[in-house]
Design a protein around this ligand. Sequence first.
Ligand code: GDP
Length: 140
Amino acid sequence: MAIERTFSIIKPDATARNLTGAINAIIEKAGLRIVAQKRIQMTRGQAETFYAVHKARPFFGELVDFMISGPVVVQVLQGEGAIQKYRDVMGATDPAKAAEGTIRKAHAQSIGENSVHGSDAAETAAIEIAQFFSGNEIVG
Ligand code: GDP
C-alpha cells in the first residue's frame, strides 16, 4: 500500500479537555506519523471554507460555531494507507456508533462535538492540507 498523507483536526471539545496528547498517542500507536502540527484559533471564514461541502446541511451553522469556539490542533499524518487508516482510528461520526478502541469511542461527546476530523479521500486530503500548511511546514 502507498504512503499517503491525510489532514487531521483535534477539535475544540478535545483541546478544552487537554486531550491533545492522549489523541496523539492513539494516532502514533496506530502507526501514523505526525509530520506537521500546529495549534490555532480558526476564524469563521476558515471554518466556513473548510466545511463548505456541508453548507446546505441543517447543522452547518452549529458546526462552524463549534469549530471556532476554542483552539484546534491541525495536523498532517503520514503512513501506509493513511487516509483510510485514520478514518478507522477515528471511528464513526456518532460516538454512540463508534467501535471500541477508536478515538471517538474513547473521547467524543456527541455527533457534533466528536473530537477529531480526518480527510475522507486523497483529493480532499490535498485540499485540506493546503488550506492550513505550506510545503516547508511538513517534514516527513
Ligand atoms: P466525519 O467525516 O465523520 O467528520 O463526518 P461528516 O463529514 O458527515 O460531518 C462533518 C462534521 O459535521 C462531523 O464530524 C460533526 O462534527 C458534524 N456533524 C455531522 N452530523 C452532525 C449533526 O447531525 N449535528 C451536528 N451538530 N453536527 C454534525
